[in-house]
Structure formats: C-alpha cells, structure tokens
Design a protein around this ligand. Sequence first.
Ligand SMILES: Nc1ncnc2c1ncn2[C@@H]1O[C@H](COP(=O)(O)OP(=O)(O)OP(=O)(O)O)[C@@H](O)[C@H]1O
Length: 223
Amino acid sequence: MTLIQLTGVTKTLRGQDEARTILSGVDLTLEPGESVAVLGRSGSGKSTLLSLIGLFDRPDGGQYLLGGKDITRVPERRAAALRSAEFGFVFQRFFLLKHLTALQNVSMALVNGQGWLPRRKRRTTAMEALERLEIGHLARHKPPRLSGGEQQRVAIARALVRRPKILLADEPTGALDTDTGNLVVEALRATTDEGCALVLVTHDRDHAAKMSRVARLTDGVLA
Ligand SMILES: Nc1ncnc2c1ncn2[C@@H]1O[C@H](COP(=O)(O)OP(=O)(O)OP(=O)(O)O)[C@@H](O)[C@H]1O
C-alpha cells in the first residue's frame, strides 16, 4: 500500500508582517522502500515540507494520506503518537546527549516508546542498530570522542531503532566533509533495503542522485 500520499498540499507561513505562501500545491507519493531526494534553493520550503510530512505542522489545504488514512488535520495528540510510531528523524545537527555513550543515546529512544521494553532488551536492540550502521565498536564512546560522521551515524541508529516506516532527513550531511557525507548518505540509503521509506532534503546533487527519485521544490511546487 502507498505509504505517503500528498495531494495539492499548501502552506502559508505568517512572518511578523506579511503572510507568505511557501507550498502552493505539493504532490508526493512514497512507497515502502522508496527514497526521494528533495532539492531546492535555500528558502524554497524544503524544511517546511518535511515538517508537514513528519506531522510537526499541518497543511492549510490539500490532503495527506498516511497508509491510506487521511491525517490532513490530525490533532496534536494523535500526531505525536504517529510521529513516534511511524517516523524517524535525522537533522543536520546530531542532537546527541554528550554525557551518554553512543549506546545509551540510541537506547534512550526506546524508553518513551509505545510498549515497554526491559533494560537489557533495550540495550541489545540499540546495539543491533549501531551494528547496522557499522559502528558497533563505538558503542561505549561518548559523542565528543566521535567524528562528525560517526556522530551522525549514531543519530541515524537512534532514528532507526524503533524501526520507523519513514525516515525524514533534513540536510544530514550539511555539517560533514564530502567523504564522510557520502558514507552517511549510503548508510541512509541502505535503510531502504529493509523497506523503510526515506525523504532526504539536500543541497548536494551527488547525494540526491543516490536516491531512487529526485524531486525539486520550485515556487511552492514539487516536480
Ligand atoms: N515560522 C515561520 N514564519 C514565517 N516564515 C517562515 C517561518 N519558518 C520559515 N519561514 C520562511 O519560509 C521559507 C521556507 O523556509 P524553509 O526553512 O522551509 O526553506 P528551506 O528550503 O528548508 O531552506 P534552507 O535550504 O535554507 O534550509 C523561508 O523563506 C523562511 O524564511
């Protein structure tokens, strides 16, 4: 079944004075295991789009179907539950807790989820996530001892540890050098092999080309 279907999605943001239409009719379909890169100039609305998909905000118009269900105007309580059950998020900044080890950072993501997991199970699940990102050997390291690329892979492991259906990545390589960025993009793309869908916002055309589809956001429309 189609995982995500946006049809004619619009969004107007109000600054201090005038309102600005950022998205003026976005269509997007995403199937399980599919990856789409979203390119676009700075300020074109890529992050706005991602925040709608990730249910941090709601569209003004159009329709958002998630797994066939209309969630266009879902209330915040339900949105929060969907965010934690269905989505994983990766940002340019890693947002790791620097006093915790890599393993603790990842297993923290299992603490507040739906369904309680015993501590030992959380640790083994978190370890598996680190190993999938090929950083199991860094489990006991704290973020200040890790490189940027390693930290981002810990953040990806944290995003994946609850096995989300959709991973949303907003410029995840923005703070990394080219080689490290390539490794991180490959790690993200590999998550789709297991059926996770991926939306990657990027400025990097080479990274975009590694996705199954490339879409460009121009004048509020995705094409
Ligand atoms: N809360 C807000 N109120 C008003 N305008 C906003 C708000 N948030 C963002 N904007 C404006 O909306 C436009 C789109 O922002 P957005 O962050 O989605 O773009 P972007 O494509 O992700 O940019 P970048 O590539 O620079 O991160 C920008 O012009 C921004 O200044």
